[in-house]
Ligand binder design. Structure first.
Ligand code: COA
Ligand code: AMP
Length: 640
């Protein structure tokens, strides 16, 4: 840990990044320590620690055993949905992972090969990720809530040699048929893996085991049992550790590539400096391994740092009640926790006076971090009043892989400000820019951009698509990474993230593309055109609604059309999209050049003031939309 304070360290990280990150690199174990701290590759992209060699699985497991901490608990699996609690020491986890890696090697997986992981929140998902890292193979975890179509898109892009999945997952009391969903995805995808490794969960609610296809499907436990453990394979710092797909503005997800070296250094640095947690303490990120938060702070960050991490197969509510989080904190003496504001809103809705909180001893908890979406001030105040511990909203993205704005609680005693996601984290030179790319001052709203180079741990590129990386993120303002969010800052350099400026929305902390939903809805034969916008939702932060224009002469009942559109989105993306509304409208508001005024419609629904461009085709269309939204009960009362 550095002895300097936030201001000193932050300045050093921006003005002397090479010196700063070279020093941080000393905190992890390298097979070959890097001497090229920061270089630009032939494509002009920045690479951290290019000549260093290491293995991420070694850092997460073997290193702790080497240091004599093999018997410490590495992973606690707490599953209220199956009523299971199980602990794995670093040795236990390393032994399973080493054998699984041996099994994967028998199936032909080597350094640089890709493996897709489509699993529920079970320890085998963590083992699968670490086994890939051990071999130097590149994993791509697909969130279990995604429908087969989304899985197929990712399979076709990542082209895995092997897919690792499970018989089923459990949502509250509902069984999700992972293996049949995988089968369906493979019917759609062009690429086919050599093998599917299936973890068969024991019978639950009478659900039997899915059929295994001879020659393709392999039993996960049998493979581990029959395989020899293998050692960690050294990889270059710049070799990819994983691909994680995230929603962009189109139907094609973007494959964010994370390297090994920069990532490991950033993980270690963040555990100390941002989360202020020590090796041996218990860290709990109540997310899912299918999201970036799960990658960084269920799996890699805590394990690399030598913490005990918690894998929770449950929900904030109904498993069995809104006291679930407090029960977990008490049971496992959680020291630092991370969740999404949606989860807090769900708890607040069910237990507004916090009665259940009082039933548990949560004294072990020092601080609570929130991210995934903006934390609205009422939610912030409610949770702070309830737990009476620091609550820190912090901002990051799949692309960054670790926080960009936060209170760095290990080196900064400053208080959070309600509504703000904090100050720039070391390494991130964050600025608010105008449309012309000029830096804006306090109080002025603009594009949230980061001056290059980005620090270690951030995206290296898009999978097999350097040009896509440049055009999506680096071309709007020369020398800057564009985050896709809009926001402001105040005189104390606290930033306020106001939401996406593109067609990406956040539903229950899940990042989704309205552009993709539009493509799906527009595929209905009766629909001439449509717009999908994200409107405010009390529980989920945002939810999508569709506005559709029918082709001439269509005789379809609006109610039937809505049901079909909702089912289309559910089938293609998944239930998590929460697409429940498709309003038939006569026309969509557009500029004379044909650009649909999505932002104005969103502001209309959210009861915010909006300015219609002078180039609007026909201002009366907004009145028609307002009327339709009002009929459907979608207008916030103060809509102008
Ligand atoms: N796998 C499969 N389906 C899932 C899923 C998953 N992991 N997560 C949600 N779904 C399904 C739900 O079962 C539901 O299906 P249904 O329409 O058939 O009932 C649908 O998606 C919508 O779910 P959701 O919007 O999550 O509503 P909910 O009432 O089931 O749960 C919350 C509400 C707030 C409890 C839940 O959204 C939650 O825990 N959110 C926090 C998420 C989070 O931590 N995000 C941060 C990532 S960093
Ligand atoms: P994801 O890539 O799924 O993590 O989503 C990233 C997006 O979520 C960001 O671009 C923001 O729009 C939003 N987001 C995440 N954390 C915050 C936060 N603390 N405050 C505001 N928005 C956030």
């Amino acid at each position: 840990m550095d002895t300097k304070n936030y201001d000193e360290l932050y300045k050093e990280s921006i003005h002397h990044p090479v010196h700063f990150w070279n020093r941080q690199a000393n905190h992890i174990h390298w097979y070959k320590f890097p001497h090229q701290t920061l270089v630009q590759n032939a494509n002009g992209l920045y690479n951290w620690f290019a000549d260093g060699e290491l293995n991420t699985c070694y850092l997460a497991l073997d290193d702790h055993i080497q240091k004599g901490n093999g018997n410490q608990t590495a992973l606690i699996y707490d599953s209220p949905v199956t009523k299971t609690i199980k602990q794995y020491s670093f040795k236990d986890l390393r032994n399973s992972v080493a054998k699984l890696a041996g099994g994967l090697r028998k199936l032909g997986v080597e350094k640089g090969d890709t493996v897709v992981i489509y699993m529920p929140m079970i320890p085998q998902a963590v083992m699968a990720m670490l086994a890939c890292a051990r071999l130097g193979a590149v994993h791509s975890v697909v969130f279990g809530g995604f429908a087969p179509h989304e899985l197929a898109l990712r399979i076709d892009d990542a082209k895995p040699k092997v897919i690792i999945s499970a018989s089923y997952g459990i949502e509250f009391d509902k069984v999700l048929p992972y293996k049949p969903l995988l089968n369906k995805a493979l019917e759609e995808s062009t690429h086919q893996p050599n093998y599917c490794l299936i973890y068969q969960r024991h019978a639950f609610m009478g659900v039997g085991l899915p059929e295994m296809k001879p020659g393709l499907d392999i039993d996960f436990e049998t493979l581990i049992f029959e395989s020899e453990p293998v050692d960690c394979v050294p990889v270059l710092a710049t070799d990819p550790l994983y691909i994680l797909y995230t929603s962009g503005t189109t139907g094609k997800p973007k494959g964010i590539v994370r390297d090994n070296g920069g990532h490991a250094v950033a993980m270690k640095f963040s555990m100390d400096h941002i989360y202020n947690v020590r090796p041996g303490e218990v860290f709990w990120a109540a997310s899912d391994v299918g999201w970036v938060v799960g990658h960084s702070y269920i799996v890699y960050g805590p394990l690399i740092h030598g913490c005990t991490t918690l894998l929770y197969e449950g929900k904030p509510i109904k498993t069995p009640d809104a006291g679930a989080f407090w029960r977990v904190i008490e049971s496992h003496k959680v020291n630092v926790m991370f969740t999404a504001p949606t989860a807090i809103r769900a708890i607040k809705k069910e237990d507004p006076d916090g009665h259940l909180f009082k039933n548990y001893n949560t004294n072990s908890l020092r601080q609570l971090f929130l991210a995934g979406e903006r934390c609205d001030p009422p939610t912030y105040e409610w949770i702070y009043q309830l737990i009476r511990k620091p609550v820190i909203d912090h901002w990051w993205q799949t692309e960054s892989g670790w926080p960009m704005l936060s209170i760095m609680t290990g080196i900064d005693g400053s208080l959070p400000k309600s509504g703000s996601a904090g100050r720039p984290v070391c390494g991130y030179n964050i600025q608010i820019l105008s449309e012309e790319g000029q830096e804006l001052g306090a109080g002025q709203e603009g594009f949230v951009a980061i001056k290059l180079p980005l620090p270690p741990g951030t995206l290296k590129t898009l999978w097999k698509d350097d040009d896509g990386y440049k055009s999506n993120y680096l071309s709007t303002f020369d020398g800057y990474y564009i985050s896709g969010d809009g926001g402001t800052k105040d005189e104390d350099n606290y930033f306020f993230i106001m939401g996406r400026i593109d067609d990406v929305i956040n539903v229950s902390g899940h990042r989704l593309s309205t552009g993709e939903m539009e493509e799906i809805v527009a595929s209905h034969p009766a629909i001439a055109e449509c717009a999908v916008i994200g409107i405010e939702d009390e529980l989920r932060g945002q939810r999508p609604i569709g506005l559709v224009v029918l082709k001439d002469g269509q005789n379809i009942k609006p109610q039937d059309l809505e049901t079909t559109c909702c089912n289309l989105v559910r089938d293609k993306i998944g239930a998590i999209a929460y697409f429940k509304t498709a309003l038939v409208v006569k026309r969509l508001p557009k500029t004379r050049s044909g650009k649909i005024l999505r932002k104005a419609m969103r502001q209309l629904a959210d009861g915010k003031s909006f300015v219609l461009p002078s180039t609007i085709d026909d201002p009366l269309i907004m009145d028609e939309i307002k009327e339709k939204m009002a009929e459907a009960g979608l207008l916030k009362v103060n809509a102008s």
